[in-house]
Design a protein around this ligand. Sequence first.
Ligand SMILES: [Zn+2]
Length: 141
Amino acid sequence: MPVTCEGFVASESGWRQKSNGSAERGSRATDHAERVAWAKLPGSAAFLLVQNAYPCCDCHQFFKGESLKGHAIVIKVDDNQGDYSADHFQDARGRPILRGSLPCIIYYFNGVSTHVTMSDAMAGRASGPPANFPAIPDLPE
Ligand SMILES: [Zn+2]
């Protein structure tokens, strides 16, 4: 199953879809779905990418870098196609977690990523955007 991504920009009336991307397993990171969708988005105060996979470690670093350019980026991960969960989560002994919690929201801001999962929200841990992240519309279910 290919990884697919839909790109949105924030507007007064909510998130507006402006792009999409798709990639087959094994494609180069620069051709990954979120990179394709990202490249087609117009300027905005905040961006949302919704995809059926965690970003690979390459794309994860790429979006940290983009956030250093002043972009506020949210990636909503709602499936684990691509099996990149292990690039994001390790257990207490440092072993990769192959099936990360879903959905997972990743905020990229000022070069730092913040992961928020349903388990965080249900455990009463911080479950919103990081401090000083721009105001954004509610995320799609
Ligand atoms: Zn990637």
